[in-house]
Design a binder for this molecule. Structure first.
Ligand SMILES: [Zn+2]
Ligand SMILES: [Zn+2]
Length: 170
């Protein structure tokens, strides 16, 4: 995991004007961040793709705006990495409101942000309902338990049906 470097306002000069013009640097601080963040979000005023991510044309192709801004301000490249939006504001392109993660780390992180299971909504704030694998990914032990109970019930029903069948045959 690479923690993104804090950005000072003096480094903003590195942003080309056509990119800088599309950013509102004085957005509100994030209302519900994953981690305590009090600095303002940088809201993208350019175009957005259908998934709600800001995009811009850079070096001849359309690229996620947060990646372009990150590379311009840090000199580093996010290629092959995911960005976790720690501030939870999808419009935000501020480099120090995110963390660069490998895709696997990001998937595990998404799992940790998750408060309930996706299939049946079991409450994951109850530790009995969630199991963490060695690699950090999590699964729903409540779903697991229910599936086991359903299999046992089906086996019992099959046994009973078999037994009554035999009685009928006799
Ligand atoms: Zn933000
Ligand atoms: Zn579940």
């Amino acid at each position: 995991m690479t923690t993104l470097v804090p950005i000072s306002y003096s480094t903003l000069a590195r942003l080309p004007a056509r990119i800088g013009r599309k950013i509102d640097f004085n957005g509100p601080p994030p209302p519900d961040p994953f981690r305590a963040i009090t600095s303002p979000c940088w809201l993208w005023n350019g175009w957005y793709n259908s998934s709600g991510y800001g995009y811009t044309t850079w070096e001849g192709r359309d690229q996620p705006a947060h990646r372009v801004v990150y590379t311009l301000l840090t000199g580093k490249n996010l290629t092959g990495l995911d960005r976790d939006h720690v501030c939870r504001v999808i419009e935000c392109v501020r480099p120090d409101h995110g963390e660069a993660l490998t895709h696997a780390e990001n998937m595990a992180r998404l799992g940790q942000h998750q408060k309930s299971c996706r299939r049946r909504g079991h409450d994951w704030s109850d530790p009995r309902n969630v199991y963490t694998r060695g690699d950090g990914t999590r699964f729903c032990s409540a779903c697991n338990r229910e599936a086991k109970q359903a299999r046992r019930a089906a086996a019992r029903a099959a046994r009973l049906a078999g037994a009554s069948g035999m009685r009928v045959a006799a």
